[in-house]
Write a protein that binds this ligand. Structure first.
Ligand SMILES: NC(=O)c1ccc[n+]([C@@H]2O[C@H](COP(=O)([O-])OP(=O)(O)OC[C@H]3O[C@@H](n4cnc5c(N)ncnc54)[C@H](OP(=O)(O)O)[C@@H]3O)[C@@H](O)[C@H]2O)c1
Length: 325
């Protein structure tokens, strides 16, 4: 579901790369994609329009067509006997729906009742980096500022950054269409709508989803989410306070051994994670690991991952692989 979108396109690449065991596959999108076709494993498939009858004989649904489509159509998929891995926010906080990052809480997959939720992209990369530390030193508080690429908001926003950059460099006036402000050569400190408490919905997701995935409702999270003029990969400045003391060296050692994490931390040689390094890669990259001297047990770090891959399609396919196993 959502096969023609930014995440859907990546689903196709990763299913092919990882040789996911597939007997039959169908590609679903909206009426707008009627008549389009998609290439997969050397064959051409028509894009079909999503309907309630799309799921007959389907074992696994990978959904990335937005929350309202998931709410409307996934119950039909479950009724038809499929297990759905949903990339949207529709079911993430539903108590009957596991919210899974395979490096953190794979054991929750088996509790599914037909739907498994994939967390928000900024939350996934943060918990992948923090879980190994939490297990050893118990994280009490997280202060995170995100630098989120335009691809995190879908294909149209990727096109918007490209178009605005051309217009700006031609010396013409930029008129935003998809995003609330100019994104080319600018930053927008708003992702999703504002809530009554002054945080945005994206920031609230980072709090609520982190607690659910890490299984610890006591963790405090203060997030500021910013859209930046980068095409792919989200970056995060992450500051944590732990119950037990832990040194930057211990953090480096833990993360070097952690599943799905690559440490790039050699500031002397100007070596640290950056979006252009993470783009197209599967791992979550961590660097700039240092002690925060302003609190008792504080660590600061810089976390970067490809939001379309680990932040969406890859995480969902890793879940689906475990379902198949
Ligand atoms: N981008 C990310 O980094 C990211 C990360 C985590 C989660 N997600 C979530 O994944 C979902 C998709 O995101 P995206 O970035 O791939 O968005 P996108 O590029 O805008 O793609 C949206 C997809 O949904 C389909 N769609 C839209 N309306 C539909 C309808 N009425 N019926 C059937 N299909 C419909 C579109 O089909 P048409 O081409 O026919 O319009 C397209 O395939 C969203 O829920 C998003 O929150 C995205």
């Amino acid at each position: 579901m959502g096969a023609t979108g930014a995440v859907g396109t990546c689903f196709l690449q990763i299913l092919e790369e990882r040789k996911f065991p597939i007997k039959n596959i169908k590609f679903l999108a909206s009426e707008r994609s009627k008549g389009k076709s998609l290439e997969f494993c050397g064959k051409t498939y028509p894009v079909e329009v999503l309907t309630h009858d799309s799921f007959k004989g389907v074992d696994i649904v990978l959904a990335s067509a937005g929350a309202s489509r998931s709410l409307e159509f996934l119950p039909s998929a479950v009724k038809a006997g499929a297990v759905c891995v949903d990339n949207s926010s529709a079911f993430r906080m539903d108590k009957d729906v596991p919210l899974v990052v395979p490096e953190v809480n794979p054991e929750k997959i088996k509790e599914n009742k037909g739907i498994i939720a994939n967390p928000n992209c900024s939350t996934i990369q943060m918990v992948v980096a923090l879980w190994p530390i939490h297990k050893v030193a118990k994280i009490k508080r997280i202060v995170v500022t995100t630098f989120q690429s335009v691809s995190g908001a879908g294909q149209k926003k990727i096109n918007e950054l490209l178009e605005q950059s051309k217009v700006f460099l031609a010396g013409k006036k930029v008129v935003p269409v998809e995003l609330p402000h100019q994104i080319a050569f600018n930053l927008i400190p708003q992702i999703d709508v504002f809530l009554e408490n002054g945080y945005t919905k994206e920031e609230a997701k980072m709090l609520n989803e982190t607690r659910k995935i890490m299984g610890d409702p006591s963790i405090r999270v203060n997030a500021t989410c910013v859209r930046v003029p980068v095409f792919f990969a989200h970056s995060e400045s992450v500051n944590i306070e732990t119950e037990k003391p832990i040194s930057p060296d211990e953090v480096r050692k833990l993360l070097s051994k952690a599943e799905g994490v690559t440490v790039i931390d050699d500031p002397e040689n100007k070596s640290y994670p950056m979006p252009i390094l993470a783009e197209g890669k599967d791992d979550t990259f961590v660097g700039r690991i240092r002690k925060d001297d302003s609190v008792a047990n504080g660590i600061s770090m810089w976390v970067v991952a490809d939001n379309i891959r680990k932040g969406a399609a890859l995480n969902a396919i890793q879940i689906a692989e475990r379902l198949v196993r």
